[in-house]
Design a protein around this ligand. Structure first.
Ligand code: DI6
Ligand code: FE
Length: 395
């Protein structure tokens, strides 16, 4: 048993507020938090770590990434600076399809080496749980390779949730989206049997798949008992949120074009709204997600990097805290909840994201006096120690 004592804890344990404990302590045993409270009341322990007034928060949960892929899309960044839009590039065969070609050409070892560097960058800013989506293979073998690589990142000392996103774009060997959706649904049971799939996602957009097509895939997921998530209303309102809510989705992600009816559907289903300010920023979007309506409806809001080589090439969850406040007007507390407790909820993981007895001992120690400072600055990493399942270091 180890006692970490003398820190300022932002527990996020209640439904609102930071849950601050000014001179607080955490008792860790077997990878779990056994006790959390004021240092003065702490139980005895074999080992004591002095926090010397440092800030402690739950470990960060990045609930939406596309971390495994081959190649680079910096050329498209230049094309967009010369006036091409994200949609123009996609229609011309670039975009997701260009990453699909590079990912298919990469070996499992090459994909793992590249993804390892990216995961380490996220971990260096305090990430202890990471979601990784497939969706740059778009054939059974490459989707499986991506998911195996994602699972392999677990050995770095970060918990990895895998999401099957084969319904991301139409691959070049198909010209019928309905036939492709049938193939995506047919590959799923085999991948699931190999333990490679924690959830199923799709890109519901005019550039990608219709709500009716996504619904058929979600039915297949639910026959296997798998939860679903959706890339919804990123570039237009397709009614994806309502569709996802009908399937009791864990989360709907992006949501710039979410309608009032979509907000109500998410609220009624308990679906988390995942906001992705990195993609909004990089694509110079101007349409803001309806944050005030989400708040008023009581929809939990999560935040994530959406790391991918095209629309959100960031590896900084801390920058997302700042961008969520500056661009989307979240409060610093909402932003931190988005990257901890609500991010965990978007993954269906209730055992993390707060500092409370019984939770996993995943937490961060920061060289800061108050948690609002995490969101107020950018381009600076104040992490002192990242603790994963009770083990410090390894960053
Ligand atoms: N929306 C996104 O922002 C990413 N995928 C998606 O469905 C972008 C993926 C890419 O451009 O490679
Ligand atoms: Fe995404």
């Amino acid at each position: 048993m180890t006692l970490w004592r003398g820190g300022r804890l932002a527990t996020l344990a209640g439904d609102g507020g930071w849950g601050l404990i000014d001179d607080g302590a955490l008792l860790v045993e077997g990878g779990r938090l056994r006790w959390v409270g004021p240092s003065a009341d702490a139980p005895p322990a074999d080992e004591v770590v002095e926090l010397r007034g440092a800030l402690v928060t739950p470990g960060l949960v990045d609930c939406h990434t596309h971390l495994v892929y081959g190649g680079s899309r910096a050329d498209e960044f230049e094309q967009r600076l010369h006036g091409a839009s994200y949609a123009d590039i996609a229609r011309a065969g670039g975009g997701i399809r260009s990453t699909v070609a590079a990912t298919r050409a990469a070996s499992e070892a090459q994909l793992l080496a590249a993804a390892t560097k990216r995961a380490r960058a996220l971990m260096a800013e305090g990430v202890t749980t990471l979601e990784v989506k497939s969706g740059y293979g778009l054939d059974a073998a490459t989707e499986a390779r991506m998911l195996r690589v994602a699972r392999g990142l677990q050995t770095l000392g970060v918990d990895v949730c895998t999401t099957y996103l084969a319904a991301h774009a139409l691959p070049p060997e198909f010209n019928d989206a309905d036939a492709y959706i049938d193939a995506v649904a047919a590959w799923l049971p085999g991948l699931h049997a190999q333990g490679l799939v924690d959830a199923v996602d799709a890109f519901c957009e005019h550039l990608a798949f219709s709500p009716a097509q996504v619904a058929r895939l979600f039915d297949a997921a639910q026959r296997l008992g798998l939860p679903v998530k959706l890339h919804a209303e990123q570039l237009s309102d397709q009614g994806g949120a309502q569709l996802a809510a009908r399937h009791r989705a864990l989360s709907c992600d992006h949501l710039e074009y979410l309608s009032p009816a979509g907000v109500q559907a998410l609220a009624a289903a308990g679906t988390v709204a995942v906001l992705l300010p990195g993609a909004f920023y990089a694509l110079r979007e101007t349409r803001l997600p309806p944050v005030q309506a989400l708040r008023e409806a009581g929809v939990p809001i999560a935040l994530a990097t959406d790391h991918n080589p095209g629309s959100s090439p960031t590896l900084s969850p801390l920058l997302m805290l700042n961008m969520a406040c500056v661009l989307f007007r979240l409060t610093p507390e909402e932003a931190l909840r988005g990257l901890t407790v609500n991010g965990a909820r978007a993954l269906g993981r209730a055992d993390r994201g707060r500092l409370a007895a019984g939770q996993r001992a995943d937490f961060c120690v920061w060289d800061l006096a108050h948690p609002r400072e995490l969101a107020a600055s950018f381009g600076h990493n104040p992490l002192i120690t990242r603790v994963f399942q009770g083990n410090p270091g390894g960053i």
